[in-house]
Design a protein around this ligand. Structure first.
Ligand code: B12
Ligand code: SF4
Length: 442
């Protein structure tokens, strides 16, 4: 195989319409080079494309020269991802994740050798943890891949490639050059609407209508990452003795945490990817015998006896108890504890538990005072939450509290009764609505 360094130079075009120093790369040749670097499919998207408008400023903040995004996919082997032994699936995730980063690295090296500046944000971890629990990732690979025609998002919110299905991981390279031809989105969605992902997810994170319960997925699947790891550290800190620690954390959980620290953090499920039959090269067995496919791929994961991590009184806890009574429910702490008021306003929608909001119809005005005063209107209706900055319309309950005090309350460091008694938190309207609000955020 030709080494990248030896590959013929990507042809440079100079457009009359472009400023003198804008380089324009031949897209067919750039595509071939990316494939040679190890990508299984590739597409190109201009930084000005409307599909990625919401991340344009942020991307330019990280790499101001960016003119084009190279989006590419790397295939995962299917059977390991489907395995009931999740150590097998995790080996495949980690191996393909490393490969994806290596492909991005090789593309950047090849471009750099030709005097073209480019950067390769990580496919996943590491991320910008100083911004945790805010948006820690540099580029959202999924919308870029969709714009680049590499697939569409299924109802499980993963990109499904028309041929390889959802057995792919995504990478993006940002470069300073333009390309002769951009890619366009595919005009159909490979998602079959079979809802096997809905049936397989142990915590019910995927709804049949395509809504996604971020908190449920994050609490279970990411038990040994970020907030789950933080929760474990707090268990260690709170334990009064070895025996007390063992009453909080089982030996197998401690060993699992050690394994994650030593060999790469392990996902607890990802069953939505495992069971998805979509994609030309994947769909055969499903079409041949749907019953056999469900029996051999979906059922073993559903029937697996395993520990499931949930927050107490969450939608996930209800789901496990109802749908998977043979799985062991394990209560753990919150996934996203806001550390700033802006973080509270931005993330409240992601931690909302629709199932706990049945029958609740209320508009809340929050006046958060202090050095960084903020106001927001939160409306909960038909088990949906919307949050807008500023105070809008009439409210059913107005909450006035210092921002730092509200954060302490959310972090369970301050008692609501004490805050009300000492007038640190003032309510206008029915106080029961605050209780109902609290239930939506276990
Ligand atoms: C954040 C994240 C997560 C979150 C949210 C998942 C999600 N649906 O976006 C969690 C931790 C739950 C997660 C889980 C998984 N992830 Co993930 N994840 C990412 C990450 C870093 C960004 C995703 C993103 O672009 N979100 C924004 C928009 C575009 O996505 P969305 O679906 O509309 O948004 C949802 C959430 O992101 C969340 N959200 C949106 N904005 C914000 C902002 C903040 C601050 C927060 C907290 C949340 C949040 O709310 C939305 C739905 O409720 C990417 C890597 C990357 N740098 O792009 C990988 C990525 C999306 N994950 C991936 C994978 C494989 C998984 C898992 C299968 C993990 C695993 N191996 O077990 C599961 C699948 C869960 C699922 N069904 O989606 C792959 C998907 C590959 C594909 N074929 O599409 C990616 C692209 C990594 C990669 N390079 O390949 N992931
Ligand atoms: S499992 Fe079925 S419903 Fe879920 S994403 Fe795949 S094709 Fe769509």
């Amino acid at each position: 195989m030709t080494r990248l360094e030896d590959h013929p130079t990507v042809r440079l075009h100079r457009s009359k319409a472009s400023p003198p120093r804008t380089r324009i790369l031949d897209s067919a040749e750039l595509w071939a080079l990316c494939v040679e670097a190890g990508a299984d499919d590739v597409g190109f998207v201009s930084i000005d494309r409307p599909e990625i408008a919401d991340q344009r400023t942020e991307i330019l903040g990280y790499f101001p020269l960016a003119k084009t995004l190279i989006s590419f996919v790397c295939r995962m082997n299917r059977e390991p991802v489907r395995s009931v032994a999740r150590s097998t699936a995790n080996t495949e995730f980690h191996r393909t994740a490393d490969h994806t980063n290596e492909v991005a690295h090789a593309i950047v090296r090849m471009l750099e050798d030709r005097g073209i500046r480019a950067v390769n944000p990580a496919m996943g971890f590491p991320m910008e943890m100083s911004q945790f629990p805010g948006k820690v990732w540099v580029v959202s690979h999924k919308p870029v891949a969709v714009a680049a025609g590499l697939g569409r998002m299924g109802i499980h919110r993963n990109v499904i490639h028309p041929r390889f299905g959802n057995f792919i991981l995504l990478g993006t390279v940002l470069l300073e050059a333009e390309v002769t031809e951009q890619s366009q989105p595919i005009d159909y969605n490979p998602c079959l609407d079979c809802k096997l992902c809905v049936a397989a997810c142990p915590v019910g994170a995927i709804s049949a209508d395509g809504s996604f319960n971020f908190a449920s997925c994050m609490t279970h699947n990411y038990r040994e990452f970020m907030s789950g790891f933080t929760d474990w550290v707090e268990q260690v800190a709170d334990a009064r003795s070895a025996a007390d620690y063992r009453s909080r954390v089982t030996d197998s959980e401690t060993a699992s945490m050690w394994q994650s620290l030593s060999f790469g953090a392990n996902y607890k499920a990802a069953y939505c990817l495992s069971v998805c039959p979509a994609g030309e090269e994947v769909i055969g067995p499903f079409l041949a015998d749907r019953g056999e496919f469900v029996g051999s791929v979906v059922k073993p994961l559903q029937q697996k006896v395993e520990r499931i991590y949930v927050q107490p009184h969450s939608d996930a806890e209800e789901h496990v108890a109802k749908r998977f009574p043979h799985k062991e429910i394990r209560h753990v702490g919150a996934v996203l504890r806001p550390s700033t008021i802006d973080g509270f306003i931005d993330n409240v929608v992601h931690v909302f538990q629709p199932g706990q909001a049945k029958g609740l119809r209320a508009t809340y005005h929050f006046r958060l005072t202090g050095p960084e005063p903020r106001e927001c209107t939160i409306t909960i209706r038909d088990q949906k939450l919307s949050c807008e900055r500023g105070l809008h319309g009439e409210c059913d309950l107005r909450v006035t509290v210092r921002g730092s005090t509200w954060l302490r309350f959310l972090r369970k460091e301050a008692n609501i009764v004490w805050l009300l008694a000492t007038l640190q938190l003032r309510l206008w309207g029915n106080p029961q609505l605050l209780v109902a609000f609290g239930k939506c955020f276990p």
